[in-house]
Design a binder for this molecule. Sequence first.
Ligand code: NAD
Length: 359
Amino acid sequence: MTTYNIAVLPGDGIGPEITEQAVRVLRALPLDLNMQTAHVGGAAYDAHGHPLPPETLSLAKNAHAILFGAVGDWKYDKLERALRPEQAILGLRKEMGLFANFRPAMLFAELAEASSLRPEIVAGLDILIVRELTGDIYFGQPRGIRVVENGPFTGDREGFDTMHYAETEVRRIAHVAFQAAQKRNRRVCSVDKANVLETSQLWREVMISVAAEYPDVELSHMYVDNAAMQLVRAPKEFDVIVTGNLFGDILSDAAAMLTGSIGMLPSASLNAANQGLYEPIHGSAPDIAGKNIANPLATILSAAMLLRYSLNAPELAQRVEAAVQAVLQQGLRTADIKQEGSTLVSTSEMGDAVLKALK
Ligand code: NAD
């Protein structure tokens, strides 16, 4: 049996409580896992003077996958930017080349009432947004603020940024999206703004050429403005959405909110070697930290993604997801997803219930 190295980085706030439950779930599976824990974020700053100390980075780099809790606390707000907890996540992305961000938006039918949309529009929602994470206008040069030298606004200050994507960058995220679709319902919708932007025209061209290598996956295209509309009109019509950094930033947050429950959503960021960082989309929730009331399900579902994408164990991923569904069917809820008639449970009791449902 292969031994998999998993770096467990609990972080700050509720991070330790929720990762503990996900670690229990991973340990209960028939796998040979070498799990090692290290400080990250504010906890690492307190212990080592840096949010991403060299020993944490090296543990992460040598792991098949990283299970990450959350980082951040208001008490670090006065630190210079390079030492703030959030820099740990940016540093890991950069150092490990984590260019593909997976943001599933899933809504278990049992929680459909939590959405701001009508239950029939969102119940059973299961879509995956694949967002390119290391390119686009967020990183393009030149950028800055300058004084306009010609035209009607001469003498004004103007801000400017540069959007660009190299063919290789588009090709690699395309492969990731098509391969993810092969593990799902075999449909990819590429979102761009090819009617206005040259960057998008090239993006679309490359998507079409990569699609030829995946005859079993259906490719469609959608302009980003239409995609935003369709996400709230009929979100269940999507399977995998692939898009650039800027559009993906906005669409993935919109999709997350369709589900209405921040404590339920996992995410992953992968590199070319399928090494991945798996984390809930929510933050460290300092307001409820240490009270054993946080919802651990987003982190447990992140562990399921870890099984599917970095350990290539889709059947174990499904087992974990089915266990989560089972506890929701039993009516167990942490405070953030509490409904009338359901049973309120703590973080650790939710972990106990998932473990029981796994067996
Ligand atoms: P947050 O996601 O931590 O919390 C927002 C609200 O949702 C809070 O009321 C919180 O109690 C609740 N919440 C979040 N996760 C929950 C869970 N699992 N169970 C129950 N309730 C939950 O966002 P914030 O309050 O804006 O940020 C707090 C800190 O987290 C900040 O320092 C921020 O920088 C950081 N942050 C970190 C990440 C990350 O680590 N990737 C992401 C977002 C925010």
